[in-house]
Write a new protein. Structure first.
Length: 418
């Protein structure tokens, strides 16, 4: 029984009822002009349905009408949490964009006609049921009322009283059923077109790319800073030398300050995506990465071939992050070991290679299991290049090959892209 009465206490039951009754207003206005309300016959009521149809077909051809109908449907047919139900847990499945094609205009016109038919039918049925309730209430009181309903009513008497809640339950069932029907029709006729779905999918993809890019930025920058700080602090404690401790603290301070700048830039993008993301370091500033690794105890040997300043900005910025991740992995997994870094710019390509001996007694890293190495390959793929990471003999190798012939961004940047 409580389940049967649930529609009585749901707001959506009455908002959908109102939505349908509003559609009947146009039909009654047209009927007041033609054919009129003076002793209407069955044919007259048929005209009440048909006369507004040409007006609705013309209105459906106006692109803005689809937006207006979509907004009404969202407000009255899917209020509150019902919008998430209609949209599969995310957004309501009713479009609020203007009609962009004749197919959308035809769907809008069909929706207007269907809404008119359902609304007018519901208004007439509800009017008759409410009239029957009044007749039954009068009959239960022992008074015969004038016949105001076409539905048959029993003669006056106490037996009319039990019939009142029955008619009200029928009225509730009719209203609820009509509301469910118009909601389903709205999802079908006012739902997004194929072009709108494609645009929404592209926007969602760009949002995911943006989130993935931010995650890589935080992983590379903050991970490098924390790794350097841990290695430096451990080395300073083991050395027990005041001068070495001072150098370690200087390195920790410098690395931490750079990480804070990166973190502030990322947070600025998240808080105010319309603002520029700020400047990102490039390979021409790789000295601070190398100095940070050397200060942590690693023996870094660098070989640069070709003009780094000719590398396009997007490639140079992503290359800096790749080098940062490679050095961070050396310090994190291998410790203070000799590192060979080679940067080569030639024949329209940027080749980066970082090698370090695998520490004895430790298993080699499984290629592709770490998020950092996965980020290296993702960055390379976005730039149209390729990356190879894994053991090579008794060494661990990170080899990246990136094109530098086209100074263009790797992807269309969403708002606030880093």
């Amino acid at each position: 029984m409580p389940r049967l009465l649930r529609p009585v206490f749901r707001t959506v039951t009455y908002t959908r009822w109102l939505h349908l009754l509003c559609a009947a207003v146009l039909a009654f206005m047209c009927a007041a002009v033609f054919p009129g309300y003076s002793r209407p016959t069955l044919g007259d009521w048929l005209l009440v349905y048909l006369v507004p149809v040409p007006l609705l077909l013309v209105a459906g051809a106006v692109p803005a009408v689809r937006r207006a109908e979509g907004l009404q449907a969202r407000l009255l047919l899917f209020p509150g949490g019902h919008a998430r139900e209609a949209g599969g847990g995310e957004e309501c499945g009713v479009s609020v964009a203007p009609a962009g094609s004749w197919r959308d205009r035809a769907r809008t016109a069909a929706w207007l006609v269907l809404r008119l038919v359902l609304g007018l039918s519901l208004a007439l049925v509800c009017g008759q049921l409410l009239a029957l309730v009044l007749e039954l209430a009068g009959g239960a009181a022992g008074r015969r009322t004038d016949t105001i309903s076409v539905l048959p009513a029993p003669p006056p008497g106490w037996w009319c009283a039990p019939l009142v809640p029955v008619v009200l339950c029928v009225l509730l069932a009719v209203v609820t059923g009509a509301g469910l029907l118009v909601a389903r029709a709205a999802l079908l006729l006012l739902g997004p077109s194929a072009a709108e779905r494609l645009a929404a999918l592209e926007e969602r993809t760009e949002q995911l790319l943006e989130r993935n890019r931010i995650a890589r930025e935080l992983h590379d920058s903050i991970g490098h800073a924390l790794t350097v700080a841990v290695v430096q602090a451990g080395a300073a404690r083991a050395a027990g030398d005041a001068a070495f401790t001072d150098r370690a603290l200087d390195a920790i301070e410098e690395t931490g300050r750079a990480a804070l700048e990166d973190l502030e830039r990322v947070l600025r993008v998240l808080r105010e995506p319309e603002l520029p993301a700020g400047r990102r370091p490039t390979l021409q500033e790789a000295d601070r990465l190398l100095d940070s690794a050397r200060a942590s105890g690693a023996q870094v040997d660098v070989a640069v071939s070709g003009p780094l300043e000719t590398v396009p900005g997007p490639v140079s910025r992503e290359g800096y992050r790749i080098l940062q991740e490679a050095l961070t992995n050396v310090l994190r997994h291998s410790g203070t070991v000799p590192v060979r870094v080679e940067l080569t710019v030639a024949a329209g390509r940027l080749r980066m290679e970082v090698r370090n001996p695998l520490p004895s007694g430790r298993p080699a890293h499984a290629a592709g299991t770490g998020s950092g190495l996965r980020g290296v390959r993702e960055r390379a793929a976005l730039l149209g290049g390729r990356a190879r990471t894994g053991p090579l003999g008794d060494e661990w190798q990170v080899h990246v090959d990136l094109p530098v012939g086209r100074p263009s961004e790797p992807k269309k940047a969403p708002r606030g892209t880093l």
